[in-house]
Design a protein around this ligand. Structure first.
Ligand code: NAD
Length: 464
């Protein structure tokens, strides 16, 4: 531990390390009390401050805050509360006859001192969501939220200080350097949500101490629409899933892959939906947040300029307002393969549409890229749907819908390889913050004599 003496967070880390058994040995009832306190803070005491902070950070509409920030945390807490007793129970398993006189079980023990690093796009949900799992599993936690949404970070810091001692849970605000210092410490687990690029930095830092990691990352999530799909319903769901949070959603459809013969009809449906949701003048709509900051706004403007310079067709939208970091919901087609919109994760309100002639072509296109975090299929054909599911790989999927798979706590949530390692939500989140400890107990009778030397012909025969 001498190596860390100069680390600004070493003292905090050490306090939590010292306290980890007190926290880890908490009963189910005590953990539920902590979850209840967090629930009350998010749902009642701090609700208005949360709404105001997110509005200040990127003009997030209050209704969207309730739906995508407060509700998911509250429902994660409710779910954990109602299942925690069974999750914490030791799990009895069989013992082979050869070990007669023994019984076996495994139990979930807390990992210890954990680090949660979270992104800015759903800052409350993606910070307190994993925190619920960490508390349920009995850990101490240091949290580092994103520096890009400072107002909500401040509110979360106040909630944490209000409810917990820093020996148990602490939130550290600040720039990237704060994460970099924290990552030097020998945490027992790191739960990181963010980009694949930074995910690699986190994993590299974790490898120094063989710290286990959960990496909830991103990437390009494709949406396939085949010729049997109900285009009106698909357009409605995709408009919601894509332009919610102004496209700054890790599991938003990144781009559409559509059967060439139905492209125009689908764009017509999208136009109708967009008008219905956000009116003729989306800038005045109270249902669209802004791009989080100038840097990301400029990144998206660059995508648009790159697309137009390559003669792509702006089918809908394409207007930008730099004073407000606002981009109207935009749909673009006829993009050449080298267009940046088809190469990088978009993470903004721009939806490219790419056509395919047959499903094999669409699947080959997806499989040539990294494994996506989510893959969506709009189809009435069971055969096509199964064919797509069997021949692609992804962290999660929804069929004839998008984004909603995130909200089912009975499902694991996470990516695969480039889109992530490990799973969150419900029991999967609890397991991620726990070590499955195996135990075999020898009772008074029985003993495996053939294990012991001196070896002889009789023992040799027994093991063959
Ligand atoms: P990011 O990777 O830039 O930052 C995430 C966190 O890492 C922030 O707290 C930031 O302070 C920290 N960080 C940034 N650079 C760092 C460095 N060099 N060293 C240490 N820490 C560093 O991601 P973001 O811009 O906040 O979020 C967008 C990305 O996150 C997208 O790729 C998106 O798909 C992904 N994401 C994934 C999920 C998921 O659940 N899988 C959810 C939301 C966002």
């Amino acid at each position: 531990m001498k190596d860390f003496k100069n680390n600004p967070y070493f003292e905090l880390f050490s306090k939590q390390k010292e306290n980890q058994f007190a926290v880890g040995n908490s009963t189910c009832k005590q953990r539920i009390q902590k979850l209840n306190a967090l629930k009350k803070a998010v749902e009642i005491t701090y609700k208005e401050r949360i709404r105001e902070a997110l509005y200040t950070d990127f003009k997030k509409p209050y209704t969207e805050t309730d739906l995508t920030e407060i509700y998911p945390v509250v429902s994660e807490i409710k779910f954990a509360k109602s299942h925690l007793k069974s999750w914490m129970k030791r799990q009895k398993v069989e013992t082979p006859m050869a070990f007669i006189g023994s019984s076996s079980w495994y139990m979930y023990e807390p990992k210890g001192v954990c680090l949660i690093i979270s992104p800015w796009n759903f800052p409350l949900n993606l910070t307190f969501g994993p925190l619920v799992s960490a508390i349920a599993a009995g850990n101490t936690v240091i949290i580092k939220p994103s520096e890009m949404t400072p107002n909500i970070s401040k509110v979360m810091a106040n909630i944490v200080t209000d409810l917990f001692s820093e020996e148990e849970i602490a939130l550290v605000e600040g720039e990237v350097e704060v994460s970099q210092e924290l990552l030097k410490l020998p945490f027992n687990h790191i739960f990181f949500t963010g980009s694949p690029q930074v995910g690699k930095i986190v994993m590299q830092a974790a490898s120094k101490h063989l710290t286990s990691v959960t990496l909830e990352l991103g990437g390009k999530s494709p949406t396939i629409i085949d010729e049997t799909a109900n285009l009106k319903k698909a357009a409605k769901k995709i408009t919601w899933g894509k332009f919610l949070n102004s496209g700054q959603t890790c599991i938003a459809p990144d781009y559409i892959l559509i059967k060439d013969t139905i492209k125009d009809a689908f764009i017509t449906e999208l136009k109708k939906q967009l008008q219905h949701f956000y009116t003729e003048n989306p800038a005045a709509s109270n249902s669209l947040c802004r791009v989080v900051n100038k840097k990301h706004f400029q990144r998206l403007v660059n995508h648009l300029e790159d697309a137009t310079s390559k003669n792509a067709t702006i089918e809908i939208g394409g207007k930008t307002a730099s004073e407000d970091n606002f981009i109207t919901p935009t749909v673009i087609s006829n993009l050449p393969e080298e267009a940046s919109l088809l190469q990088e994760e978009i993470f903004g309100p721009i939806l490219p549409i790419k056509t395919y002639k047959n499903l094999e072509e669409a699947i080959a296109y997806i499989n040539a890229g990294e494994k996506p975090l989510a893959l969506y299929v709009y189809s009435k054909s069971k055969k096509n749907t199964n064919y797509i599911l069997k021949n692609t790989r992804a962290g999660s999927s929804a069929i004839n819908n998008n984004v909603v798979q995130y909200s089912n706590h009975y499902l694991p949530f996470g990516g695969s390889n480039n889109s992530g390692i490990g799973k969150a939500h419900g029991v999967f989140g609890f397991q991620e913050f726990s070590n499955m400890r195996s135990v075999m107990k020898q009772h008074t009778i029985g003993s495996i004599e053939f294990l012991f030397p001196p070896y002889n012909n009789f023992k040799q025969k027994l093991v063959n």
